[in-house]
Ligand binder design. Sequence first.
Ligand code: ADP
Length: 488
Amino acid sequence: MAKGYNVLFVTSEVFPYSKTGGLADVSNSLPQALNSLGNEVRIISPKYGQLDERRLQIHEIKRLKDLSLKMNGIETKFSIKSSFIHGKNTKAQIYLLENLDFFKNKGIYQNIKTKQDFSNNDERYLFFCKAVLEILEILQWKPDVIHCNDWQTGLIPAFIKTIYKDNPYIRDIKTVFTIHNLAYQGIFPKTSFAKTGMPDEVFEAGSHNGKFSYMKTALAYADKITTVSEKYAEEIRTDKEYSEGMEDILDKRKKDLSGILNGIDYSVWNPEVDKLIDYRFTSQEIPLKWENKRELLSHFKIDYNEDTPLIGVISRLVAQKGFDLIEEALPQLMKENVHMIILGQGDEKYQKFLKAIEKKYKDKLAIVIGFDEVLAHKIEASSDMFLMPSKYEPCGLNQMYSLRYGTVPVVRNTGGLADTIIDYKKPNGNGFLFNKYSTKEFLDTIKTALNLYEDKDKWNKILRNGMSLDFSWKVSAKKYTGLYKTLV
Ligand code: ADP
């Protein structure tokens, strides 16, 4: 096996410790995949208030207890605890940063009661970034690369190149910064920058419209930048609709920017082994998929009918995911011969709309507001189609999960959706794509899918094409290892 690299994977969410979206799944499975290639990847993430130490087998490390660092002139105490993520034949160590000033409350980015962002998110993640660097020497484990993810980790590259530039333990560590979603930037007033203690040149590089952007700071200082699909990498660099005002810096860094598609952990998201679904099945056992559907529909008191397709949606309820289109399309869609289950949580306006329309169509539409991992697996296993009409989509995991579960995706042709879904008209087609962000195109495409559903032979071909694809991490983990190699 080739010589591997020591990599510290820094992330604000990791399944099963914390999860709001795809980043948590990636932070669990990518480090394990990298480790099976001979790298030594360790993860570090905050220990949020809701984490149950006993259930998650989190342990103290004596050496890493009662540490402290100075931030904005104030001494802050913290400890690092340890745990392991396990796959079938893989694992990765995870360090959890415990601190009572910033990570004591329940909630990841938001207060779970008020649903508002924590007002001190600037300090919470400034503290996280600083602590990551401060513990390295105490750990006595030196990473070749620190792999940062999204704005919450965005100050680390700039710290290394400024405040820590003369620190012999830190100065030559390389950084990779992965954009999982460019729209979440971590933008704060200039006063937040003052708390970092970094020189003014960092504000100049990382400011956006006079404010301090953690994301832009990372784009300016990281040694390499990646994002989670090739298509999204191109979109954010060349199209103002996607670039969130970052087009200049991304263009400047284009030589260092690349797209590497996220993978899927098939030990978790795979109908052959999935313990969370009622009936496990392979592509040769599709009738078992319908048994899952029968169970799920009966749970929601919807009558099963073989000829009525079940449409699934699992999503954050936000504009990005195309909920304006779903809102406009639903009344019309409900006139068709369909059953539908939507699981999600997010913006109040979408939650309200969905609960209201559910009342009108109780015999065919079920809405579940909340975050429910088990139900998410059941919906994937039971649905015939899966909708993702995203406005933009850096990668998207659910369309890839859907493919493996024989659930045919109907998606907008953008970002990672464009890189994974092949139009049904092609011989190897696995789903349905539409281009323009419009309700009409969306509805027309769903109707095309509904028509094709009636032709069982053609439908099964599309479904099997999807089930036979391999989106495991193997290929992408090699690409990340190759990227580390260019740096070290
Ligand atoms: P994003 O990270 O933009 O939210 P992805 O498609 O990359 O979108 O990943 C979403 C992940 O979060 C998937 O694993 C999906 O199943 C999960 N998910 C989203 N909303 C919910 C929910 N309400 N309940 C359970 N899982 C959810």
